[in-house]
Design a protein. Structure first.
Length: 402
């Protein structure tokens, strides 16, 4: 079944049909091996990566390798406010997720709470670059090294982004390992696929041994994937939004804990699609950065909105943090009624999410994470956002808040 993103992107973010056709033709001509390694090596500045069907499968592989190296350590620290897919991967390996609150300076971990939580049983810390913004990686890496703990970067929302002020330091390859996602709503979205990037040769050897024993995708999956791409391209047209939005079984906008997920090698066609699309990433990043800067300038005089760490950055979606939950909900209703593409992100902290709360047994109140969940609206910044949409968003925000 086709699974749409939480908020369907306006026209302009669809995968161009000619690129799908080109990727399909190339994959058919080179059935045995589709080599996209060179373009990714140049783009990510790393030599060690493996292709899997999703970001969470990529995290599973990394953690499987790390737990093989240090089997005595059984805990993995993740943010209290993040995608439940992280917890799914951790539990699938047989490890224990441990939550830590976030900060509002860079949306990474609260350093003081992280230091207190790191212990002798901590196998790894998963640092999430939320909205694609670089979290406090150097600080966290230092803490991890002191405790002989691995650091893994979650770059599902940050493909192509770099450490602030250091464009040569690509996110995802600054720690022991990192992973990327090419699922719906991601910086490079082909509705499928992920990459496990491993910076240590020793860790890569272990991960590669595990990877080589994985199965291949079912042949029927290829036809379903082609159909999904076609449907996604059709229904991502603004004039047709109303059709998937009125189909409740698509679960649009829902954040769901899904403990089961596919683990196998990635097929050749999605690899080729990544290869033919990676060249357009720089242009898309420039547009995201430009639109993010536009929002920052448009809202700079509104006192009820939290200021962001930097005024201009290629966010995956622009995080608009308002003063309180009541105001957030009222503003979201108005923005949605005008078809702006505004949306929520994760609805609550992981220990409050149905299905996962019964597994974590964690009653801690994570104040910053709860504030994020209760006051956040995300706004579109991609290349499909028109000047009319931007003006509508600015108008609605001023009318609702002022």
């Amino acid at each position: 079944m086709l699974r749409f993103p939480a908020s369907l992107p306006p026209a302009g973010t669809r995968i161009p049909n000619h690129k799908i056709a080109h990727a399909l033709l190339t994959a058919v001509r080179h059935r045995a091996i589709v080599d996209v390694n060179q373009s990714l090596k140049e783009f990510l500045n790393t030599n060690h990566f493996l292709f899997l069907p999703s970001g969470r499968a990529s995290l599973w592989l990394i953690l499987k390798a790390l737990s093989t190296i240090k089997p005595q350590k059984r805990e993995v620290i993740i943010p209290a406010y993040t995608c439940p897919a992280l917890a799914s991967a951790i539990l699938r390996v047989g490890l224990k997720p441990v939550l830590v609150d976030i900060n509002f300076q860079n949306f990474g971990f609260d350093n003081k709470r992280l230091e207190k939580t790191l212990g002798q049983n901590t196998l790894a810390v998963v640092l999430v670059h939320l909205f694609g913004f670089p979290a406090n990686i150097d600080d966290v890496y230092k803490f991890c090294k002191e405790k002989e703990t691995f650091l893994v970067e979650d770059c599902a929302q940050a493909f192509g982004n770099s450490v602030l002020g250091s464009p040569e330091r690509k996110l995802g390859v600054q720690a022991d390992a990192g992973f990327f996602s090419f699922g719906r709503g991601k910086p490079l979205s082909i509705l499928h696929g992920g990459i496990a990037a491993v910076c240590s040769g020793d860790i890569f050897e272990v991960a590669n041994d595990i990877y080589l024993n994985l199965g291949r995708p079912k042949k029927t999956g290829f036809l379903r994937y082609i159909m999904d791409l076609g449907l996604y391209n059709v229904f991502s047209r603004p004039s047709l939004y109303w059709i998937p939005e009125r189909l409740p079984f698509l679960h649009l906008g829902e954040t769901i804990y899904e403990p089961d997920f596919e683990i196998h090698k990635m097929s050749s066609f999605p690899k080729r699609l990544i290869d033919v699309m990676i060249g357009s990433m720089k242009q898309e990043q420039d547009i995201r950065e430009k639109n993010s800067s536009w929002y920052t300038n448009a809202f700079k005089d509104i006192g009820y909105i939290r200021k962001l760490p930097v005024t201009s950055f290629p966010y995956l979606r622009y995080p608009l943090l308002v003063e309180n939950g009541e105001l957030r909900n009222r503003l979201l209703v108005q923005l949605r009624s005008r078809g702006t593409g505004a949306a929520l992100f994760y609805p609550c902290t992981l220990n409050r999410l149905p299905g996962l709360s019964e597994v974590l047994y964690d009653n801690t109140v994570y104040e910053n994470s709860m504030a994020m969940a209760n006051t956040l609206i995300t706004l579109p910044v991609h290349s499909g956002v028109t000047p009319q949409v931007l003006d509508t968003i600015r108008s609605v925000v001023y009318q609702t808040i002022n």
